[in-house]
Ligand binder design. Structure first.
Ligand SMILES: O=C(O)CCC(=O)C(=O)O
Ligand SMILES: [Fe+2]
Length: 317
């Protein structure tokens, strides 16, 4: 398919194509999770939860080998779900971001995200690419968010190519400019383009928890936080990056851990920590879920990257 025939991310044509594809992809992801658990002798997810969780601390962690269950012909845009060699590790990177920007974002979340909360779920999200969130968050937070997303993009790109992050981040600079994100010009590797991003704020909600084991509560019915594959939701995503803006483990909030649901060897769990970035490939090798937030406020910046410039989000300001 030629470059001109794939709709740009965010256009009405893109939304229509994505929605048409999504139900099937979601069903396939759910079937995959069930098959993996059955193969590992684990009970279905709705009935029991994995008691063994291995923490993933700062560093690079292998992703279990996985053969894709999605046929390329079922994927949209064409070829988008082909395996991306060399992109299958999980990276946990601490303290690569300017803490001042993170403070601005947390304050903006407290101020403005309550108005966006979907009834009952406890979850509020604002689009983080383009200018949409500027009116919601205010100019200072919008600028901090754009700068942070640029650094996330560059840090994720470095991580998947085995290049250490630039730490510490930018020293003193004019707070009202967007300068300071790492340019990455020294990295001779394919570019990863932002394709989607959400600024997300979670408080305890009326989520329906079908099975509860202390410390491992998973909401198995609520879409976003239930086990999923990012590439099954949006096939152009190649790499997922989550930046935690608040501390889990009962500091700013309790619950809300990120679990990679590996059938073999149990779950691998990342505890959210302010200024912690998690980077992982978006395919079926990384089925994941977020635990229920039981108290406090959980704020994250979630970014998805693509290697396909045809579906990159337009850089519109
Ligand atoms: O917030 C997280 O820890 C992960 C959220 C998630 O699953 C995603 O960004 O796709
Ligand atoms: Fe996800």
């Amino acid at each position: 398919m030629g470059a001109g025939s794939v709709p740009r991310v965010g256009t009405a044509a893109w939304t229509a194509a994505r929605l048409a594809w999504r139900d099937r992809a979601t069903a396939s992801a759910r079937a995959l999770i069930a098959a993996r658990r059955a193969a590992a002798g684990a009970p279905p997810l709705t009935d029991a939860l994995e008691p063994q969780k291995t923490p993933l601390d700062a560093g690079v962690h292998a992703t279990p080998a996985h053969r894709s269950s999605m046929s390329p012909r079922d994927c949209w845009p064409p070829g988008a779900s082909q395996p991306r060699p060399g992109m299958a590790s999980r990276h946990v990177i601490d303290d690569a971001f300017d803490p001042r920007d993170l403070s601005v974002l947390v304050a903006a979340a407290k101020m403005s995200m309550h108005a966006l909360r979907a009834s009952g779920s406890g979850e509020a999200s604002a689009a983080a690419l383009g200018r949409a969130s500027e009116g919601i968050l205010g100019l200072d937070a919008h600028i901090a968010m754009r700068r942070t997303i640029r650094t996330m993009t560059e840090t994720a790109r470095r991580a998947v190519h085995g290049v250490p992050p630039v730490v510490p981040p930018v020293p003193a600079r004019d707070d009202r400019t967007e300068e300071g994100a790492h340019s990455g010009d020294d990295l001779d590797a394919p570019t990863l383009h932002p394709a989607g991003a959400l600024f997300t704020h979670i408080v305890p909600g009326e989520t329906s928890v079908t099975s509860v084991t202390p410390g491992t509560q998973i909401d198995t019915t609520h879409g976003y936080w239930s086990p999923h594959v990012d590439k099954a939701n949006v096939p152009e995503y190649d790499v997922s990056a989550v930046l935690y803006l608040s501390d889990g483990d009962g500091v700013d909030f309790a619950g809300g851990e990120l679990h990679f649901m590996d059938a073999i060897g149990g779950w691998k769990t990342v505890t959210p920590r302010r200024n912690r970035l998690v980077v992982f490939s978006s395919g079926e090798e990384n089925v994941h879920a977020v635990g229920v937030v039981t108290s406090g406020e959980r704020t994250t910046l979630n970014l998805w990257l693509t290697r396909d410039p045809r579906v990159a989000a337009p850089d519109d300001d």
